[in-house]
Every structure is written in C-alpha cells, then in structure tokens.
Design a protein around this ligand. Structure first.
Ligand code: NAP
Ligand code: LUD
Length: 318
C-alpha cells in the first residue's frame, strides 16, 4: 500500500464521527505501474520488439491535446514508441475510417486509439469509428468485441478500458477486497460507467449503476461500500451521501472558473472533496487520481498487445 497517504492534519471526531479519509494517489500508483512496465519493455528488447502505439486525433481540442501529451510522455518514459496523428477538423468520416484501416494493416503498430470526442465539422458516427479499430489493437477497449467480452466476464481475452481498469488498480491499493461488497457506479457511458459496472461485477461485487434518470441517487450511494463516479457533474457527490468508511473513486474532470488562477480555471472532480474527505475511508483526489491511471493503463494494454503479437508470430513460426 505504498501510495496511500494518511494526512497528518487533525482528524475530525465531532459527534463520535470517525476520522478523515486516506487519499489514494493516482500520481504515485501510476508511477509504480510505469516503472514496472519500463522493466518489461527493456526485457522485450532481446526479441527486437518495441511496443508501439498510435493515437489518432480528429481536430484540435485543448483538453484532448493535454491528455494526448500525457500519453506521449508516459510512452517515452516506459520505452513505448508512440505516434500522435492529428487529422484536421475538416476530415470526412471515410477518411478517418481509411486512416484506421491503414493502421490496422500495419504490423509494426500494436495499439491504436482514437481520442474522443471527435472534433469535426462533418458528421461522424462515433460507434462506427471506434468499431473500425481492430479488436487486436483496440488498447482503449472500446470496440464492441472487447466490450462484449468484458460484459460476459471474459476478462483475460479482452482489452479492458483504461479508466475503469485504473479505478480497479486504485481500489486494489486500499487493500479492501471487492468480492461480496456493494458497489455503486454513477454513469453508464461506454468509456467509464458501463465497463466499470462489468469489472466490479466480475470481481464479484454486487453492483448498482445509476444514471441521469435514477431516482434518489443519494440513497443508492449511501448503501455502497465502494462508489465510482463518472457523471461529468462538478462536485455532485456530497459527503453526507456516503456510508462512513467507503472507498470513493472520482473519475470526473470538470473545469470550473477560478479568478485566482492565472488560467482563470481549475479542475475539480464529480465529488465534493472537502465534505467527502470527512466521511469516506479512502478517496481519490482530482487532479492526481484516476487521470494518471488512465494513461498508465493505456501503456499496460499496449505492452500486453505487443506481447500477444510476439506470441502469435512465434506460434506461426512453429
Ligand atoms: P458521459 O458520456 O457524458 O456520461 C456521463 C454519464 O453520467 C451518463 O451515463 C449520464 O447518464 C450520467 N449522468 C450525468 N448526469 C448525471 C446526474 N446528475 N446523475 C446521475 N447520472 C448522471 O461522460 P463520460 O465520458 O463517462 O465521463 C464522465 C466524467 O469522467 C467526465 O467528467 C469526464 O471528463 C471524466 N472522465 C475522466 C477520465 C479520466 O481518465 N479521469 C476518463 C474519461 C472520462 P445518462 O446515460 O442517463 O445520460
Ligand atoms: N478518448 C480518453 N477521451 C477523454 N488528468 C482520456 C484523460 C488523462 N479514446 C479515448 O484519456 O482514454 C481515453 N480514450 N480519455 N482522458 C479522458 C478521456 C478519451 C483524462 C485525464 C487525464 C486522460 C489526466 O492525466 C490529469 C489528472 O487528473 O491529474 C490532469 C488533469 C488536468 O486537466 O489538470
């Protein structure tokens, strides 16, 4: 449990309440993952295979640029060869599909992701674009083949989406076992909520998934031993919703205006940190929580993909 921080500030015991939460650091946990992967990539060098990743971006969104640059930096650190291809926002869907098909055919690339959202002036069918990525290179785990395997509990033969996979790593850091626990997921998107539900379920939690039509979310959350939030609503989950001592994982990345910052904005999660910190047993911060784990898990999936490609090539030579 190297990456847990017990803050030394005075703990709160008003009215017999327990003390403040332990912070689960994604910055520290992701660093450990990157160090482990670097060793694995170094060991692969004898095989002359260097894991390689291609990140395809459509348009030029500022947030996507930031996330992609973190991915490029992590890849360089681990020893993964990474390429960032940016197509202009005037590109057509056919051109995007052709670019994907070309990478699918290129045996030197082990991982391909299409950064979302697609920032294009033309109509794009996102489902068609994500499904065009070969399931064997789909290191984001967003194609329906990988998502289908995950939903059936076939966890060892699919790529698991990076954000939920990172959340599971962070939950693992707490030492709290998932099996038999009641977990609540807020959100049902293809990239966060739905795969998070599947992962918790197949790790034997009893899972309730909430969404925008769920009535009385606070009551649902109050029953949970483990809460994962991916709603995209700044500071929505309040401390007084929580069961005392729960594990609280905040995927939210929301930019709110803040005149005291040079940029005029700051990033907050989907959890009201100050109140949740008084009640949860473990909590992830934003920034420095789930975000860096998303990047680390992408590196892990890319290394796994390269290893599978190598094993396949060896099989063909026999
Ligand atoms: P999304 O596609 O907009 O999905 C949001 C989900 O939350 C939907 O299922 C929606 O319900 C539900 N929801 C929205 N408002 C709600 C409310 N008031 N109560 C209950 N449920 C509500 O967003 P996403 O891509 O999953 O991302 C969610 C958040 O995570 C965003 O802040 C995003 O920036 C962040 N994110 C972070 C990472 C990371 O690495 N840290 C990665 C991906 C996303 P409906 O289905 O009914 O619409
Ligand atoms: N699309 C992602 N779209 C957006 N935060 C990310 C992300 C790093 N195909 C596809 O990379 O996995 C994806 N695959 N996503 N995201 C969000 C989502 C995608 C979000 C945050 C971070 C990747 C990150 O490193 C830092 C942190 O939380 O500490 C910095 C946050 C900040 O803005 O300061």
């Amino acid at each position: 449990m190297l990456s847990l921080w017990r803050h030394s500030t005075a703990s709160c015991c008003f009215g017999g309440r327990r003390s403040i939460a332990t912070i689960i650091s994604g910055n520290q946990t992701s660093k450990l993952v990157r160090e482990r992967l670097k060793k694995e990539v170094d060991e692969m060098k004898v095989t002359k295979v260097v894991p390689s990743l291609l990140v395809l971006q459509v348009g030029n969104r500022e947030d996507s640029n930031l996330y992609i640059s973190s991915k490029m930096k992590a890849a360089a650190e681990v020893g993964i060869e990474a390429k960032h291809v940016r197509l202009p926002n005037t590109v057509t869907q056919d051109e995007v599909l052709r670019a994907i098909a070309a990478v699918n055919e290129d045996a030197s690339v082990h991982g391909l992701i299409v950064q979302l959202p697609l920032d294009s002036v033309n109509r794009m069918d996102v489902e068609m674009v994500t499904n065009a990525v070969s399931p064997l290179k789909d290191v984001d785990g967003l194609s329906c083949i990988n998502a289908g395997k995950l939903s059936r509990g076939d966890l060892n033969s699919c790529f698991i989406p990076c954000t939920p996979n990172g959340c599971m790593e962070l939950i693992g850091q707490t030492g709290v076992s998932v099996a038999g626990k009641h977990a609540v997921v807020i959100g049902r998107s293809k990239i966060v909520g739905a795969p998070m539900h599947d992962l918790l379920l197949w790790n034997h939690a009893t899972v309730t998934t909430c969404h925008s039509k769920t009535r009385d979310i606070a009551t649902q959350v109050g029953r949970a031993d483990i809460v994962v939030v991916g709603a995209g609503r700044a500071e929505m989950v309040r401390g007084d919703w929580l069961k005392e001592g729960c594990v609280l994982i905040d995927c939210g990345i929301n930019y709110v205006s803040d005149a005291s910052k040079p940029s005029g904005k700051r990033v907050v999660g989907d959890v009201h940190f100050a109140s949740a910190y008084q009640r949860a047993g473990f909590i992830t911060p934003v920034p420095g929580g789930v975000g860096p784990m998303t990047v680390a898990m992408l590196m892990q999936n890319t290394v796994v993909s390269a290893r599978r490609a190598l094993a396949n090539a060896a099989g063909h030579c026999l």
